[in-house]
Design a binder for this molecule. Sequence first.
Ligand code: PLP
Length: 400
Amino acid sequence: MSTADLRKRFEAAFMPNYGVPPAALARGEGCRVWDADGREYLDLIAGIAVSSLGHAHPALVEAVSAQAATIAHTSNLFLNEPEVLLAERLLGLLGGDGRVFLANSGTEANEAALKLAIKYGKTNGRTYFVATENGFHGRSMGALSLTGKKAIREPFGPFAIDVRFVPYGDADALNAAVDEQCAAVFLEPTQGEAGVVPPPHGYFAEARRICDASGALFVADEIQSAIGRTGAWFAFQHENARPDVLTLAKGLGGGLPIGACVAFGGHGEIFAKGDHGSTFGGNPVSAAAALAVLDTIEKDGLLANAAAVGETLASGLDTIGHPLLKGVRGRGLWRAAVLTGPHAPAVEAAARDAGFLINALQPDALRLAPPLVLTEEQARSFTTAFPSILDAAASAVKES
Ligand SMILES: *Cc1c(COP(=O)(O)O)cnc(C)c1O
């Protein structure tokens, strides 16, 4: 089926919550993808920071195929070897003393963290939560209640839990908002959906200190930032500020659905038997995929690759002098190209016409979150093409 056919049928069959996406992707290999009409693109968004090994990576294909051919599902009535190996592997990367809950998405990982924090609060007389303006933690009712993006939150309120929002990156505001009644603080190490917005350096370490002083749980939502995205396994490592509870998803499964909630020290034992669960959580195919992702990142040195190629991408964009381009922010292979006006959709479309998939994340910001296997040469092919992409977008804007 052609892209045009698929788009028409998609529009008729699906709820309108996504609108109709511009292209249908049919297959991929490494950092390249092909649409339903056979057009080739360099994939610089990786299914929203998910396809960490790129597409059809042999290690992922082998792990998923072998596991599906052996046993694809056990439920939590039984345990399975891949889930045990994965939990141990994550704890090893995180320094040991924790416990893991496996879910199927980022939202579910945050729901688990929120339920942990609610239980922690009930046990300790702590009644409210703190999260950040413009933050994103998911769209289920629990995760949405922590989400500070007004446009997606307000249509579905009011919410059952008391969440107080503070400006992101402002340690004084955080300090003022957190007292002995606060059950937990939920923070992204860099706000992803808000536009890849890093806080001032030291903010995460300060949040750690504020939570230590007040006894509030420090929950780091690393769903978008972890598993090599910033050049480290976990973004909190850049400030050596390990949270009490950590949530993971996106890049962990390399394209297979999986989420994880890790709680450290005694917090790993907050849930008692029966407190939480998921039929698909700990699914052996997803767990095998995640193990292949972690092994490949380690074996192929992809943390160092993300750091180095991320610098190439950023410095290449930084040297472009163009009236539409204001600058670049972010770290590793997680960047936003910031524009001087609300032209991100036009730039996204012009990039696609030129054979590059990027994401108009905010009216004035484009997200780059390519596979961690992106090469220097691929990064340079984009930064070299970007000035003419901006020119094309500028004339499209002028004509409309
Ligand atoms: C994507 C994301 C989520 C939600 O994850 P889903 O897998 O879409 O449920 C939550 N928090 C952050 C920081 C995210 O980037």
